[in-house]
Design a protein around this ligand. Structure first.
Ligand code: HEC
Length: 327
């Protein structure tokens, strides 16, 4: 039955798609993920290869060391399109490491440029969060403010267990025992094995599970990490049910739920986190009403919803609805 519903929903979406004029490419849904995955690593906040950044509208249209890289309306005159369609192995091909883009991807970029290369104002790739992170990290590293922390024997054992799995629990600054762990580049099998020792790393202040396969039930293992300050759960299968485990993380300051199935019910679970200052909800199932409700409990919380994109999406939907009515 569930499958049936999915299939029907899929068909409806297809119908919708075809009703759109000449398959207009949707920057946020179709182009942004490509740039994010294949380009921003070298053309973003960390590195600006060829003096080019591709993470914001302003930077992208400013171009790189050789000038403009996208000419709206003219893919064949655009350096970006030329670079991504070069044969693998060419000196100039982009991305210049790893796999070349697929034909489907380069066609999307071509159509997007030919349709005017619209980039909604405010659509900034990873860098928003990243920049924030940097500022936060700079703050976190102000060591003198950190109270002393002495890990227990069990914690030290857990840390070496993690190390043997290839997971580094790194001190966040010199001569301190507060630690951070990043699972982003780890395989699912490593994560599975690491969950148990993770429980004992009570000095953990920064945990990045973004992009991993972490499940709701797994979050029970971080329930007791009461010193946790920053938690990345973006782009994971986490849902409302998992957030129940965050209730006791009283020091949590930063929580990223971008790209998860979390809804208003999940927000209810975190409304007691009095120290939460930054929450990312872009591309979740939360609603304006749910966000407003959370704001009531946590007035100082800075919530990033990407509302501007939802507005755009709504307008598109309305247009499509009207078309349907005319039929
Ligand atoms: C692994 C790093 C890396 C990745 C990933 C990468 N690039 Fe580059 N890119 C470079 C380097 C290095 C240069 C400068 C040397 C050159 O011009 O070939 C460059 C230069 C460019 C330039 C020329 C800028 C100028 O003004 O000269 C464009 C356009 C470009 N990249 C587009 C892209 C696009 C689009 C993607 C994603 C599909 C991408 N790059 C992914 C490393 C990368």
């Amino acid at each position: 039955m569930k499958n049936m519903v999915l299939i029907v929903a899929g068909l409806l979406m297809l119908g919708n798609w075809e009703a759109r004029p000449q398959n207009k490419v949707d920057f946020v849904k179709e182009i942004q993920p490509i740039l994010q995955k294949s380009c921003v690593e070298c053309h973003g906040p960390e590195k600006q290869k060829g003096k080019l950044r591709l993470d914001s509208k302003e930077a992208t249209f400013k171009g790189g060391k050789d000038g403009v890289v996208i000419t709206p309306g003219k893919a064949d005159k655009s350096e970006v399109y030329r670079r991504i369609t070069l044969p693998a192995g060419d000196d100039d091909v982009m991305p210049n490491k790893g796999d070349v883009l697929t034909k489907a991807q380069t066609d999307l970029i071509r159509d997007w440029i030919n349709q005017g290369a619209e980039w909604p104002d405010g659509a900034v790739l990873a860098s928003v969060a990243k920049k924030d992170e940097k500022a936060e990290e700079a703050k976190a590293v102000e060591v003198p403010k950190l109270p002393d922390y002495k890990p227990s024997a069990a914690e030290l054992k857990a840390i070496s267990k993690l190390e043997s799995l290839g997971v580094a629990a790194r001190p966040i600054a010199m001569n301190v025992n507060w630690r951070e762990i990043n699972f982003r580049a780890q395989g699912a099998d490593v994560l599975d094995k690491a969950l148990l020792p993770l429980k004992d790393v009570l000095g953990l202040v920064d945990l990045n599970l973004g992009g991993t396969k972490i499940k709701d039930a797994d979050l029970a293992n971080i329930k007791g990490l009461i010193n946790l300050n920053r938690l990345h759960l973006e782009n994971t299968p986490i849902t409302d049910a998992g957030l129940v485990n965050l209730k006791g993380l009283a020091k949590l300051n930063y929580l990223n739920l971008y790209g998860t199935a979390v809804s208003d019910a999940g927000l209810k679970q975190i409304e007691g986190l009095a120290n939460l200052k930054h929450l990312y909800l872009w591309q979740t199932k939360t609603t304006e009403a749910g966000v407003a409700n959370l704001k009531k409990s946590l007035p100082n919380l800075d919530i990033s919803t990407g509302a501007e994109f939802k507005e755009i999406a709504k307008k598109e939907e309305k247009k499509d609805e009207k078309k349907e009515e005319k039929k």
